[in-house]
Structures are given as C-alpha cells and as structure tokens.
Design a protein around this ligand. Structure first.
Ligand SMILES: [Zn+2]
Length: 270
C-alpha cells in the first residue's frame, strides 16, 4: 500500500497482456500472410469480447487489482460502503443511524453532489466517516470513455472532494461498477485504489428493506465489504428510503456476530 495520493506503477494483468499480444500477433501475421486476415480479425474480436466481459463484471480483478474484501489485517471488521450521495434528505438520516450503532462507513460520493451539498459532506467527515471518489458526474457511459475522459472525470472528483472534505480520496468506485481496460492505469497515476464489494443489496431498485437486508446478510463474515446507497435510494411502500431499515438490520446482525465496522482507509492502514 503506497502512501495516500502517491502514484503507483501500472502493471498489466495477464488478460490485458494477452490482449496486447493478440493484437501484435494479428498485425505480424497480416504482414507475412495477408490471406490469414479472418484468423487475425477473429483473434482481435475475441480479445475485445474478453476485455468487455471483464469490465462488465464489477467484482473481477482481470483488468487490475480490485478490493472485494478487506485485507486479513482487518480482523473481525466489515466495511459499510454507501454510494451516490450526498443526498439532502437521506444522508443526514443515515448519519444518525450510523451514530446510533457507533458504526463507521465509507461514502463513495459523486463530485457534483458534493459541490451541491458541501455542508453534508462536512458532517460526514466530522462524524468520523470517510469520503471517497465515485466520479464527478456518475455518467452511465463511464465504461465507454477513453483514458483522457476517464482521467478528467476522476480528477475533477478528486479536486472537488479534496477541497470540501479536506482530504483527497484514496479509493475509487466506478459508476455501476462498470469499467474498461483504460481505468487501472488512470487510477495508478492518481494514486487511487479500485474498490468494489463483497455483496450488494440492490437497494436502488428493491422497495423491500427486509429483502435488501437478507441479500446483504447472506453469509455475512469478517472482512466483508457491503454496498448500499444514500443517493438514488429506493423507497419502501411507506415512503421511507429502504437503506435506513436495511442498514439498521445489517448493523444489528453484525453486532450480534461480534463484527465491528471500519472505513476502507482504516482497514487497509491495518
Ligand atoms: Zn453509483
């Protein structure tokens, strides 16, 4: 683990190295045997399909290192991660709930929302939680962006969050968890670590808090990283954001099992 914010050296994963080799081999074969073009094209297409599939699988490490659980040094801790905020209605209620359970969480915030609700971000930090980078605009075409656009999007959120939260993020989570092979070199350059999750509650779609809690608690164990949302939160039939009741159930169950909570930063600091 490098010091926060310092860039890391990018090393291609075997899948990316293999795709580069396929492209080089296809070019070389065309030079010596132009009639082999269908095979060369087939190889290139297959390697693109493999890279795309890896990027559509949020928990994969095929495109670069990806935190799906906490390191062993985290012991009997889990990490609650809360995406897509801050939200002026939901986030303050989530903060009160976390206080009631003496829990700490990691908020993956959207830069534009941080800019719109700076007081809420200050409250997140003042109450002992961490704010990390979930891109500046949370664009749905994020995984289709090239390296320059990715860097702009992520750097803008680094600057916004650094200014308002007082500390620059050290973790990044991709919008909807979707990525492409250009992301990891950009993250390395900015000193960011990619984090996904062990389990998610799909609480932006499900209006049933008990169902969301069951998904999150299915096999709950030390070092789990759980994902819920304070932004884009689905509502229960009574109008309450489902994240509140679901998170309450998760924190009760964690305490019953002797599991404490830690932010991602605390967990990797060991
Ligand atoms: Zn998101």
């Amino acid at each position: 683990m490098n010091a926060p914010g310092t860039s890391r050296r990018w090393t291609p994963t075997p899948l990316i190295g293999g795709a580069v080799a396929v492209h080089a081999g296809a070019l070389a074969s065309l030079a010596v045997a132009p009639g082999a073009w269908p095979w060369a094209a087939g190889g290139v297409i297959a390697s693109h399909l493999a890279l795309t599939a890896a990027g559509l699988w949020p928990r994969s490490s095929l495109l670069g290192h990806n935190w799906t659980t906490l390191p062993e040094s985290a012991g009997a801790c889990i990490a609650i991660t809360i995406d897509d905020g801050p939200d002026p209605d939901v986030t303050p209620r989530v903060l009160d709930l976390l206080d009631a359970h003496r829990a700490r969480a990691t908020f993956f915030c959207i830069g534009e929302r941080v800019r719109a609700h700076p007081r809420i971000v200050e409250a997140i930090v003042a109450r002992g939680h961490a704010v990390e980078n979930h891109s500046q605009r949370h664009r749905h075409n994020f995984s289709l962006m090239g390296p320059r656009a990715l860097r702009r999007e992520i750097e803008a959120a680094q600057a916004t969050i650094g200014e308002i939260a007082g500390t620059r993020p050290v973790f990044f989570r991709a919008p909807a968890g979707l990525r492409n092979p250009f992301l990891e070199p950009v993250l390395c350059g900015l000193g960011l670590h990619l984090a996904s999750w062990t389990r998610r509650g799909f609480d932006t779609r499900a209006g049933d808090a008990a169902l969301v809690a069951r998904r999150l608690l299915n096999g709950l164990a030390a070092r789990d990283i759980l994902l819920v949302h304070d932004g884009h939160a689905a509502q229960a039939p009574d109008g309450a954001p489902v994240v509140l009741a679901a998170l309450d159930a998760v924190l009760r169950a964690a305490a019953d099992r002797g599991l404490a909570t830690a932010t991602l930063r605390e967990a990797i600091a060991g």
